[in-house]
Write a protein that binds this ligand. Structure first.
Ligand code: SAM
Length: 271
């Protein structure tokens, strides 16, 4: 039995390097930061612990690495995924959960001909800047948002959550809202990691660190001490959704050549 070493244990990187997931780790770091394999090995060789590894990597990243700025392209990809997955399903009322800067739900809302009264984005952070076509709901953990009322009860036909559910501390509370806001037949499209082993959980931690510390300039110490995530497997997600009245329509692994952190989509339907 392997153990899930958290980021702050200073054992993740060593454990991953010494496991059969070494190539996945190298692939992940190389692809996200656009640094070479040789450089990653050098950083590992020179490091006594995980922190040294990240500090070495940061120096090289600043010198040789590259940031991925293709956010609009990413939002268009999510829109295409949604269209392929939900097909002819009609959407009159839409809510995205964990929307960050709101670019993705805004792009989807525009394409579906929705507007501020029929499309909502939501997050606990205040980073929403693309809100021409969505109303932003600033969420406070364990407090109902203002749309949780009779007017909106059983009115939504589409919810989406792209890589957000594993960050949410008040998930059960919010799931009760989704259950009550959903029309019968409402679709809930979820993009998540299939965290079915401790190694995959550790790889997902590393991926988040790369995003937040290397690509978004969050302080490394702060990330290591305060990062929160609760990952689940595909099966655990199905159990959660069934508890709140949604049944699985289908679930599929992404068609990616390499997918070390096991992204997949699931589509659920309110019964
Ligand atoms: C990895 S980001 C994904 C953002 C966006 N969906 C995307 O695909 O680019 C996760 C988002 O979940 C949000 N989040 C974290 N905890 C949350 C909570 N309790 N309720 C709602 N959103 C939350 C974070 O603020 C962050 O914007």
């Amino acid at each position: 039995m392997s153990e899930y070493y958290r980021l702050n244990s200073l054992k993740q990187i060593k454990t991953l390097f010494n496991s059969k997931f070494r190539n996945d780790l190298i692939e992940l770091v190389g692809r996200r930061l656009r640094v070479s394999k040789d450089f990653i090995y050098e950083c590992y060789k020179d490091a006594d612990n995980d922190l040294d590894f990240y500090i070495g990597l940061m120096k090289g990243f600043k010198k040789y690495g590259g940031k991925d700025q293709a956010f609009e392209y990413r939002a268009k990809k999510r829109l295409n995924d949604v269209k392929n997955i939900i097909g002819e399903h009609e959407v009159f009322m839409y809510l995205d959960y964990g929307s960050d800067d709101c670019l993705i739900p805004n792009t989807i809302s525009k394409d579906y001909g929705l507007n501020k009264s029929s499309a909502f984005a939501s997050d606990i952070s205040d980073k929403c800047e693309y809100d021409s076509n969505v109303t932003f709901l600033k969420l406070v953990p364990f407090e109902h948002s203002h749309i949780y009322n009779k007017k909106y009860a059983e009115s939504f036909d589409l919810f989406s959550a792209f890589q957000s559910l594993h960050h949410v501390k008040d998930l059960d509370f919010r799931m009760e809202e989704f259950r009550d806001l959903a029309k019968k037949g409402c679709y809930f499209i979820i993009r998540e990691h299939d965290a079915s082993s401790v190694f995959i959980r550790m790889l997902i931690d590393v991926e988040h660190l790369l995003y937040e510390v290397f690509l978004e300039d969050r302080d490394l110490d702060d990330f290591i001490m305060n990062y929160y995530a609760l990952y689940f497997s595909k099966k655990e997600l199905v159990d959660l959704m069934e508890k709140y009245g949604f049944r699985l329509v289908f679930s599929e692994r992404m068609e990616l050549k390499k997918n070390p952190t096991k992204y997949y989509y699931s589509l659920f339907e309110r019964i």
